[in-house]
Structures are given as C-alpha cells and as structure tokens.
Design a protein around this ligand. Structure first.
Ligand code: UDX
Length: 447
C-alpha cells in the first residue's frame, strides 16, 4: 500500500515513519526545502528518542521518501494524510490556512479517487470545510471525481512518540463511507493485530474526541495542582493523596502528578481552542477556563516559594534552574514553565543559571528572542551552563523544573559545595524529602 503524508512536523514525521516501519510505502511532503533535504539524508528536525534510526532504516529500505512537491506524488495514491500545523490565532482559535491549502492542492490535481485523512488537530466542523474546498476545485476544473474525507486525530506524546504510535491504546477514525472505513482498517490492522481497537465514528465526534481527551488530561493536572496547593496549606501530602485516589479504577493513576504546570504544544493550545469553539457556539466552558487559570498560577508557584523564602528581596540573588523543556525527552520549549520562571526571575533582578540535557540550543534561541521584548538588555543576567554542577555554582537556590533522568541522582555533596545557599525547590516532586533534609538542604516541593 502507498500513502502520502503532508507535513513533517511531530505528528506527520512520526506517523509516516511508523507506517513505513509496518511495510507501507510512504512519501512525506513538506514545503520547507531545507527540512526535506535534511530528512532525505536521515537528519531529523526534532529530538525524539529512536526516531532518527527508524527514519534512516526506512529510507534505506526504500519505503520512506521525502519531497517538497505534493502534486508530483498524487498519482496512484489512494490515501493522503494531512498533518500540517494549526497554529493558534491571536484569539486562541486554530488557524486553518495550511489545512485548507492541502485540500486546495489536492482538488486542483487529483486524477482518481482519493481519501484525505486529517490528522492535524482541527476544530469541530473543519472536515466539512475541507470537503467543500476540494469540491470547489473539482467544480472549477469541471470534472467529477469521487473522494472521501476522514478524521484520524493523533494521540501520541512527545518523547514517547514511537511507542505510542506503534502500540496505541486506541485509534479514533471519523468516516463517512464504507470505502474509507475499509482503507483505514487495512492501514491500522497491523498496529492492533491482537486487539483491534480502531473506534469508528462520525467525523464531528472524531474531531471533538481529540480536544476532549487533551482537555480531560489538562483538567486532571490542574485539579491535582489545585489539590497540591491546598495540601500545603492544611499539612497533607499530595503524593499520598495521588496514590490514595489513583488506585480507584474509576480515577486511574496516570496524569495525576502535581508539578509546576503543564506546557507543550498541545494542552495549552487545544484547551484555548476548545474554549474558543464553545464561545463561538454560544456556550461557556467554565471548567476549562478554571483549568487554564490554575495552570497560569501553577507556573509561578516556584517563584512564589522563592519570594516567600527571601522575603521578596530577590535582587542580586543567583538562582539555578535544572530543566528547560516542557517535559523530559524532548527539546520542545513551547509553553514551558521554565520560560515563565526565567522571565519573573530576571524581572526581579536575579542572576539566572540554567541547564538542560537536550534543549539548550532551542532554549538559547527562544529565550533570547522572547526575553529581548520583555527584559531590558542590562537586566538580561543569564548564564547557559555546561552541566548540572556548573549550573548551581554560587547559587542561592536551585529550582528543578523538568524531571530529566539526568537530574534524578546528582551527587548532592558536590551540589551543596558549589551552591552558596541551601534552598532546593523541587517543581516535580522527584527527590526524597527526608534524604534532602538529612543532607542539610532546605527542601521544598509541590504539595
Ligand atoms: C499531549 C497528550 O498527552 C497527547 O495525547 C497529545 O497528542 C498531545 O498532547 P505532550 O504534549 O507530548 O502530549 O505531553 P504530555 O506527556 O501529555 O505532557 C504534557 C504536560 O503535562 C507536560 O508539561 C507535563 O510535564 C505535564 N504533566 C503531565 C503534569 O504536570 N502532570 C502529569 O501527571 C502529567
């Protein structure tokens, strides 16, 4: 079977590579020439464990191809996945220009039946716009060609992308015809051989499912962060509360970890977009608005703890941050809690020393551009450290923001010796409180 995937971002590249790994002949298309040239050489634009090897293996096996020219690969292709970006507009709603551009190109060039599957996260109702766009182009050409559209939202997580795609909990597919259903079944059967969990439904529900899933997960996290803040005030321990409730099968143990806020490209963007969709349909999503509010507060929690400790006198203090990406195993800095903290620390007159095992180049790029607008040049007191110990040199406090395994077992006496102060703020609850106290640190975690 041959397929085309348009868009070589996270979702497009991982899906394309995993389909190729399963034996499908895949052509990935992107308008970014540099990206495609690199991919042809097996160089991938993102950090994702295991992906580069898999890309190289499948290029070698001639099952994975790359091009910038969508029209040139449309011949003989029945299934086209669209995995282009849907960046947020100023008001938070998803911008559909790339999604509709793909539909236009297909309508202008298709010669035989095509199933266009939208994998990008798109607002409910986008599929009918896609259908209209293709139909309009066919009408302009004055031809009649049968086509189908489908919605197949992707649930993979960055850092676990390959595992999530190769053995998914479920695959959600919104279809309108038996033919589309058959094609999608054929493509996904190898992934779910022993337990075929492709859930077919109407297209609107499939589009909605993606947003509802991310909104529910974000809600769980904000709920637990709210509980954690209350635990601190009443003297309870959120880790015990998490275990206590997570063992109830109706609740389940996953995505219940309190921390310093969720980030990434999906939760913040999708929660905003869903709130927008509701507004446009005359309904207010009150729970989700609260979820956002809690998350914005939570990203500042470590800063508040610091202020409390130093009685708001932070000017001239040296503060270290371990972990910059929004979570471990990715170099993705989008909506990362570290960015909020760095901005607040610099504005308060602190010197900030940072280290991340993988995201340093990405962080340098983003922090320089983002902070240039927010922080005057003479307050930009930042040092990008070479390793975890260099990062804590002469610092008054250390903040653990992203729980990379590199930070799990540091040699604490070396850290203690390098630091001037003793305050450790653990934003991901990864250290043992008793051990830290025995070592002589002033240890504070979340909840
Ligand atoms: C998420 C969804 O999980 C995935 O299904 C969807 O396709 C895209 O969005 P991703 O953004 O890659 O994936 O990361 P995820 O592992 O879900 O983490 C999101 C954020 O939540 C991170 O900042 C993480 O640190 C935070 N988080 C996660 C918590 O604070 N507590 C938890 O218990 C779990």
């Amino acid at each position: 079977m041959k397929i085309v995937i348009v868009g070589t971002g996270y979702v497009g590249l991982v899906s394309g590579t995993c389909f190729a790994e399963m034996g499908v002949d895949v052509t990935c298309v992107d308008i970014d020439r540099q990206k495609i040239e690199n991919l042809e050489k097996g160089i991938i634009p993102i950090y994702e464990p295991g992906l580069e090897d898999m890309v190289q293996r499948n290029i070698k096996a001639e099952r994975l191809h790359f091009t910038t020219n969508l029209t040139s690969v449309l011949n003989d292709i029945q299934v086209i996945f669209s995995a282009v970006g849907t960046p947020p507009d100023a008001d938070g709603s998803a911008d559909l220009k790339y999604v509709l551009e793909v539909a236009r190109t297909i309508g202008q060039n298709m010669q035989q039946y095509v199933l266009l599957v939208t994998k990008s996260t798109v607002p409910v109702g986008t599929a009918s716009l896609v259908r209209q766009t293709i139909q309009m182009e066919l009408d302009k050409r004055g031809v009649y060609i049968e086509f189908d559209i489908a919605s197949n939202p992707e649930f993979l997580k960055e850092g676990d992308a390959i595992k999530d795609f190769m053995s998914p909990d479920r695959v959600v597919v919104g279809v309108e015809s038996e033919k589309a259903k058959e094609l999608m079944t054929k493509l996904y059967r190898p992934f779910l051989l022993n337990n075929f969990r492709v859930i077919f439904m109407d297209i609107l529900s499939a589009e909605m499912t993606k947003y509802a899933a991310n909104a529910m997960l974000a809600t769980r996290i904000s709920f637990m962060n709210d509980m954690a803040n209350l635990c601190e005030r009443v003297g309870a321990n959120v880790n015990m509360v998490r275990k206590g409730i997570g063992t109830d099968q109706r609740i389940g143990g996953k995505f219940l970890y309190a921390g310093c806020g969720y980030g990434g490209s999906c939760f913040p963007k999708d929660v905003k977009a869903l709130i927008q969709t509701a507004d446009q349909n005359g309904y207010e999503l009150r729970v989700l608005k609260a979820v956002e509010e809690v998350n914005a507060y939570q990203k500042q929690v470590l800063f508040h703890k610091l202020e409390k400790q130093f009685q708001s006198d932070l000017s001239g203090k040296t503060i270290s941050i371990w972990g910059l990406s929004f979570k471990p195993n990715t170099d993705d800095m989008r909506e990362a809690p570290s960015l909020v903290l760095i901005e607040k620390l610099l504005k308060a007159g602190c010197k900030v020393r940072v280290f991340d095992p993988v995201a340093m180049p990405e962080a340098k790029k983003i922090i320089r551009t983002k902070m240039a607008e927010l922080i005057p040049e003479d307050s930009f007191n930042m040092y990008f450290a070479n390793d975890i110990y260099d990062a804590v040199l002469d610092s008054d406090a250390l903040m653990l923001v992203t729980e990379w395994k590199e930070f799990r077992m540091p040699t604490w006496p070396v850290v203690k010796k390098a630091m001037t102060g003793l305050l450790i703020l653990d934003g991901r609850n990864i250290y043992d409180e008793n051990e830290m106290n025995e070592l002589g640190f002033n240890y504070q975690c979340i909840g």
